[in-house]
Design a protein around this ligand. Structure first.
Ligand code: SF4
Length: 107
């Protein structure tokens, strides 16, 4: 006896596959979905004008020790993430260890 594929059986198969996919996708970190291109001062005129650097230890004056994107009021990434969005550079992720002249300490 062969198994017939009824519409109900087909629906249950698809629903099961969709549920499995949802569980898998839900387990991924949210940043996988929203990853933006990394800001690059070599190709972004605003970043260059604001002296953006990926490594704050290489930032020019008026940078002060301890200043980094991760503790800037404009940084919108989550704590512990290597990159995150910045309100000054929409459409790009900045390095949490980076810095630019738009830096403002979080209060
Ligand atoms: S504004 Fe703040 S978060 Fe954005 S690049 Fe400059 S220092 Fe980093």
């Amino acid at each position: 006896m062969t198994e017939q594929t009824t519409p109900r059986r087909r629906f249950l198969k698809l629903a099961g596959g969709a549920a499995t996919a949802m569980v898998f996708l839900g387990s991924l970190p949210s940043r996988v979905w929203a990853a933006l291109p990394h800001l690059d001062a070599a190709t972004n005129a605003t970043a260059k004008a604001l002296n953006y650097v990926e490594d704050n230890s290489k930032a020019p004056a008026p940078h002060k020790a301890g200043q980094a994107c991760s503790n800037c009021v404009h940084f919108q990434g989550k704590a512990g993430e290597a990159y995150g969005p910045c309100a000054i550079f929409p459409g790009f992720d900045v390095n949490a260890k980076g810095w630019c002249a738009g830096y403002q300490a979080k209060s």
